[in-house]
Design a protein around this ligand. Structure first.
Ligand code: GLU
Length: 547
C-alpha cells in the first residue's frame, strides 16, 4: 500500500510543517539540571475543586522549589464541555490561594514561547505527527460506527473479555487499500487509530515519582488518536504537548494510571523521551467510620468556592494542603512558625502513595492559627476582602472606616495584647464578632440576671460618674464605687470571704454594664469598648439598657 498517498488523503492539509521543524520551534528549555517544568492542564469546564488545587500546589511547589516553570495549558479538545470564562476562573481561583502561573493560557509572560496553550489552536502540530505515523504504518483510519463499536463491546463483555479495539476486534486494522478508498470515497466518517505494536504478555517496569516502582502491562489497544472532527484525543495531544512544551514532570490524578501504557507507547512511536509521571491519590474523607473519596455531589467542601464564600484564610487552606502533600510539613511548620510555607523543601517523592485523608476540623485549626497571627492591618485586609465580595450592604458601609475597624480588631482579636483570640476560623465569624461596634448592627439581648431596679440603679450611677477620659483604673474604681449602692461586694476578696452578705459581686455589676453596652454578658475589656464607641454612644446604650 502506498502509505504516503494514504496519509495525504487522510490528512490533506497543505500547510503542515515537516515534523522535525517542531524540535527547532520548541527547543529544550534552558534550565538548571534539577529544575522541573510542570503544568496544570485542565479542561475548560469551569469547575475547579480542592483536588485540583491539591495537585496544582504539587505542580507549583515542584516548579518553584527548583527554579523551574509552572504553566497553564487548556485541554479543550472536547468542545461540548467548554464553559465561558472557565480559564479566567481557574487563574482567579489559584491566585486567590496565592498560586501563580509563570507561563501559559491568558498569562501575560515573556516566557510564553511554547504556545499556543489551547489545544484546539495546536491542531496543525498534532495533524503533522498523525500524518507521519500513517506514513510509517503506525496509524490507520477506522470507519467503525458507534453502533458497531457498541456491539463489539457487548460481545466482549458477555464473553468476559477485555473490552476495546485490539487484536481480532480491530476490524479496520487490516483493511485492504481498495476497501479504505472505497470507504473514503463513500464519504464515510473515520477516526485515526494507533496501530499498537504492544502485547499484553509484555510487562513494563515503570517508576512513578509518587507511587515508586510499578509494573504495567504493555498496551495492545488501537486507541483513537485523531477524532472524526480532526481534533486529537487527550492521549495523543498531551503526549505531543508535554514533549514540545518540554514538561519534565507530569502530576495528575491516579485515574490516569490505567492509560499510562498507551501514553508510554505513544511516546515511543513518536520517538519522544517521556517526562516523569507522578500519579496523585485522591483526597479522601471519613464518613461514618469509612473512608471514601470526596464527592462533588455530597461534599460542599470539595468546591473551592466554598472556602472563598466562607472566608477561609487562603494561606491556611494552602498550608493544610501542604500537610497532606508532604507529611513532614507539619513538623517543619511547628518548628518554623514565622517562616513562609514556601521556604519548606517540598518534594514530590515524599507524597503519600495512598489517599490523603482530608479533615475539615484540622483545616479549621490551621485557619484559626493563621488568623491569630495576623497584624491588625492584615486582619483588616483579610476581612475587608471578604466583606467586599460576600458581605452585606451594611458590612461594606462599616468597613469604610478603616481606622475605626483597626481599633476594634486590636481589641476584639487581642492584637498586640497578651491574649490573642484563637477561635476565629473564617472571615465571616470575624465580621459578625464586631457587629456590636456599629449601632445599626447592635442587637442586645438584655439578659440581665438582676431585677430591673438594680439594673437601672447601676446604669444610672455609672452614667453620672462616667468620664471617657478615665483610664482603666479610674474607670474600674468608679464601677466598684457603685457596689454598696446595690448591696454588691466592691472587692472579689470581700465577696469570697462572705458571699451570703452580698447580692452580687463587682463582676456581676460589670456584667450589667457589659450587657447594656456590648449586648452580651461576655466581651473584651469594657472600658476600652466604651473608649472606642465614644461618650455619646456609650451613654445612649447605657440609657437604652435600662428596664
Ligand atoms: N485534561 C486532563 C484533566 O483535566 C488533564 C490530565 C493531565 O494533567 O494530564 O483531567
Amino acid at each position: 500500500m502506498d502509505m504516503k498517498k494514504l496519509a495525504s488523503v487522510l490528512i490533506p492539509d497543505k500547510d503542515l510543517l515537516p515534523v522535525e521543524e517542531y524540535e527547532k520551534i520548541y527547543p529544550e528549555r534552558e534550565r538548571a539540571p534539577k529544575a522541573e517544568i510542570t503544568r496544570l492542564a485542565p479542561s475548560p469546564t469551569g469547575f475547579i475543586h480542592l483536588g485540583n488545587l491539591y495537585s496544582a500546589l504539587a505542580d507549583e511547589r515542584s516548579a518553584h522549589t527548583t527554579d523551574g516553570v509552572f504553566y497553564l495549558r487548556i485541554e479543550d479538545t472536547d468542545e461540548k464541555r467548554k464553559v465561558e470564562g472557565a480559564v479566567e476562573s481557574v487563574i482567579r481561583s489559584l491566585n486567590y490561594f496565592g498560586l501563580g502561573f509563570d507561563e501559559g493560557a491568558e498569562i501575560d509572560s515573556p516566557l510564553n514561547k511554547y504556545g499556543p496553550y489551547y489545544q484546539r489552536q495546536r491542531a496543525k502540530i498534532y495533524r503533522a505527527f498523525v500524518k507521519v505515523l500513517i506514513e510509517k504504518g503506525l496509524a490507520y483510519p477506522c470507519f467503525c460506527t458507534e453502533t458497531e463499536l457498541d456491539s463489539v463491546r457487548e460481545e466482549q463483555t458477555s464473553q468476559k473479555k477485555t473490552t476495546g479495539y485490539y487484536g481480532e476486534y480491530a476490524k479496520c486494522r487490516n483493511l485492504s487499500e481498495e476497501k479504505i478508498y472505497e470507504n473514503i470515497n463513500a464519504g464515510k466518517k473515520f477516526v485515526i487509530r494507533l496501530k499498537s505494536q504492544g502485547g499484553i504478555e509484555n510487562k513494563i517496569a515503570f517508576r512513578d515519582a509518587i507511587k515508586g516502582e510499578v509494573t504495567v502491562t504493555e498496551n495492545d489497544q488501537d486507541v483513537v488518536i485523531l477524532k472524526s472532527d480532526g481534533i486529537p484525543t487527550y492521549h495523543f495531544a498531551h503526549v505531543i504537548d508535554d514533549h514540545f512544551m518540554r514538561t519534565t514532570l507530569v502530576i495528575r490524578g491516579e485515574e490516569w494510571l490505567s492509560s499510562l501504557p498507551v501514553h508510554l507507547e505513544l511516546h515511543k512511536v513518536l520517538g519522544f523521551k517521556p517526562p516523569r509521571y507522578a500519579h496523585t491519590s485522591s483526597l479522601m474523607k471519613m464518613d461514618g467510620g469509612t473512608k471514601r473519596k470526596l464527592s462533588k455531589r455530597k461534599d460542599p467542601e470539595l468546591s473551592l468556592d466554598y472556602y472563598r464564600k466562607a472566608g477561609y484564610f487562603p494561606v491556611a487552606v494552602v498550608k493544610y494542603l501542604m500537610t497532606l502533600l508532604n507529611s513532614d510539613f507539619e513538623e517543619w511548620a511547628l518548628k518554623n512558625p514565622d517562616k513562609d510555607y514556601r521556604d519548606f523543601k517540598f518534594r514530590i517523592e515524599k507524597m503519600s502513595r495512598s489517599g490523603a485523608l482530608f479533615d475539615l476540623d484540622k483545616l479549621n485549626d490551621v485557619s484559626k492559627t493563621e488568623i491569630s497571627r495576623l497584624s491588625a492591618e492584615e486582619c483588616f485586609d483579610f476581612l475587608d476582602k471578604w466583606v467586599q465580595e460576600f458581605g452585606s450592604e451594611a458590612d461594606r458601609a462599616h468597613f469604610k472606616d478603616k481606622e475605626y475597624i483597626i481599633k476594634v480588631l486590636e481589641l476584639v482579636m487581642g492584637i498586640g495584647g497578651k491574649k490573642r483570640r484563637k477561635d476565629i476560623e473564617r472571615a465571616e465569624q470575624g465580621v459578625r464578632l464586631i457587629d456590636y461596634f456599629f449601632d445599626d448592627a447592635f442587637a442586645p439581648e438584655y439578659s440581665y440576671r438582676f431585677d430591673d431596679e438594680t439594673v437601672n440603679t447601676v446604669l444610672d450611677e455609672f452614667i453620672n460618674t462616667y468620664d471617657p477620659e478615665d483610664d482603666n483604673s479610674v474607670w474600674f474604681a468608679k464601677v466598684k464605687a457603685i457596689a454598696p449602692k446595690v448591696g454588691f461586694a466592691g472587692e472579689t476578696s470581700e465577696y469570697k470571704a462572705n458571699p451570703n452578705a452580698f447580692r452580687g459581686n463587682v463582676s456581676d455589676l460589670a456584667e450589667i454594664l457589659r450587657i447594656a453596652v456590648a449586648g452580651a454578658p461576655n466581651s473584651p475589656d469594657l472600658c476600652t469598648i466604651m473608649r472606642i464607641l465614644g461618650k455619646d454612644r456609650s451613654v445612649s446604650r447605657l440609657q437604652a439598657g435600662k428596664r
